[in-house]
Design a protein around this ligand. Structure first.
Ligand SMILES: NC(=O)c1ccc[n+]([C@@H]2O[C@H](COP(=O)([O-])OP(=O)(O)OC[C@H]3O[C@@H](n4cnc5c(N)ncnc54)[C@H](O)[C@@H]3O)[C@@H](O)[C@H]2O)c1
Length: 438
């Protein structure tokens, strides 16, 4: 394929930030701290890291992709084909031959004092895997601890075998010992169907998991960051929510195992800080979406995109007047890394405060799905209607972060507009569907 052709294809997913400037890297260079990585290398890892080719049926020979398939592929890989595995699906035997990366993406070469040993619990999940990509590209030594309850090995398998990377199956409810300098404690199911699947286990994960990881931080003197949530504010009576707000949570409702679990996890975190001098960071994360989000999470964004891509009706719970704010994954990872490396020990909200009603958002997602399909030469008749169903119990009516603190102390603000983020996510799910893995 000619270079110009590749270049033209790449242009199709050029991304502009909210000021209209092109995004070529994520991360930042502030306070003498540089954590920027090129967006196209990252993208080659999440948009199409497992590129599944179809073997021609009734033969066992390796398939060679046709020009159309290669052109489509280059859309996602932007010249980074070597960082992608080309696994082969054999339709006749319904089997798949996995291949690993031909070469790892280049990671920064840090001096031993700059290079941190970083533990990421829940690192095989949606947020965790993006954090792992970032920390790996930045040149750190990363250990992922995960029990694969909601996460999956495929989200980080592109790093397996790299000398800076280790993947350990472990449940954080059990103690764990490792030498490390920083702990990002993310392990916890995050979506209602998963955290309600076994509510007692969810509370155990939040309480005992956090207790174990704080114990580890105490012993190793590692800096500890916990991914808390906007759910600690419950169904809030003040808008937007600042970190000072104490919350309005039903302690015995269906969401309590998660909300109260995170609240007690924060309590524990500050307990270890005041009693034992553990160096802690608390990120209160608001609704985040992006590639690698578990499609069966039942979260608004993934539901809407999948329904629209399949041409099914888009289901809105309630009358659609409840509002939400949505943050794109790269903004969250910027915020988490900024917080970890800042001196701020108070809780910090990390979220996007552009607010949408769920009803409007459904229309918005449908438009973007139609736009992406049209861009890819797949213009279809509209078949998705927006339908309204009963609202689940304790579903908050409105939630929107006040991110003044993050701006003041971290110089952090979201960069990604919702349409750019959605476009990437639509492409990710579309590619997964084309592979047959969705
Ligand atoms: N995604 C969001 O919008 C959002 C919002 C607020 C807070 N958070 C928090 O961010 C963190 C990550 O969320 P996510 O969206 O990536 O969810 P996720 O379900 O994709 O990831 C959670 C990961 O933790 C692992 N895990 C769960 N229980 C575990 C246990 N007992 N031991 C070891 N590993 C375990 C899962 O297998 C999974 O890989 C969670 O703590 C969540 O509460 C996420």
């Amino acid at each position: 394929m000619s270079h110009s052709h590749q270049h033209r294809e790449f242009q199709a997913i050029r991304t502009l930030d909210k000021n209209g400037e092109e995004i070529t890297s994520v991360g930042f260079n502030r306070f003498g701290f540089d954590c920027q990585v090129p967006i196209d290398v990252l993208r080659s890892l999440y948009l199409r890291s497992h590129y599944v080719l179809r073997a021609p049926s009734s033969t066992r020979t390796s398939p060679t992709p046709g020009p159309k398939e290669e052109a489509y592929h280059s859309l996602f890989s932007a010249g980074h084909e070597e960082y992608q595995s080309k696994s082969v699906y054999h339709a006749d035997t319904h089997a798949i031959s996995y291949t690993t990366l031909a070469s790892f993406p280049p990671v920064k070469l840090l001096t031993p004092t700059e290079r941190k040993r970083i533990l990421v619990t829940g690192g095989a999940g949606f947020v965790g895997s993006h954090l792992v990509d970032r920390l790996m590209l930045l040149g750190h030594e990363v250990t992922v601890l995960d029990n694969f309850f909601t996460g999956s090995k495929t989200t980080v398998s592109h790093w397996v075998g790299h000398p800076n990377f280790e993947l350990i199956r472990h449940d954080v409810v059990e103690p764990f010992m490792i030498e490390c300098d920083q702990i990002y404690h993310l392990a916890c199911p995050a979506s209602p169907p998963h955290y309600q699947f076994n509510p007692v286990k969810t509370v155990k994960t939040s309480f005992m998991g956090t207790l174990n990881m704080l114990g580890l931080a105490k012993r190793t003197k590692a800096r500890f960051l916990i991914s808390s949530t906007s759910e600690v504010y419950g169904d809030p009576e003040v808008h937007p929510q600042t970190e000072e707000y104490w919350g309005h949570v039903n302690p015995i409702g269906p969401r309590a195992c998660y909300d109260e679990g995170k609240r007690v996890a924060e309590t524990l975190t500050y307990g270890f800080k005041s009693q034992d001098g553990v160096d802690v960071r608390v990120a209160r994360i608001f609704n985040t979406y992006g590639p690698r989000m578990n499609p069966y999470d039942g979260r608004v964004v993934s539901n809407f995109i999948l329904q629209a891509l399949k041409g099914e009706d888009i289901t809105v719970y309630g009358d659609g007047s409840q509002t939400r704010s949505f943050q794109y994954i790269h903004d969250l990872i910027d915020g988490l890394i900024a917080l970890m490396n800042s001196e701020e020990t108070r809780p910090v909200n990390i979220g996007n405060n552009a607010e949408f009603t769920i009803g409007d958002f459904a229309h918005y997602v449908r438009d973007i799905v139609e736009k992406v399909l049209a861009q890819d030469g797949d213009k279809r008749e509209r078949t998705s209607q927006i339908v309204y169903k009963d609202i689940p119990q304790d579903d908050p009516q409105q939630r929107k972060p006040d991110t003044t603190r993050a701006k003041e102390v971290l110089d952090w603000q979201p960069r990604w507009t919702v349409d750019m983020g959605l476009e990437e996510m639509v492409r990710y799910y579309k590619a997964k569907m084309a592979e047959g893995s969705l």
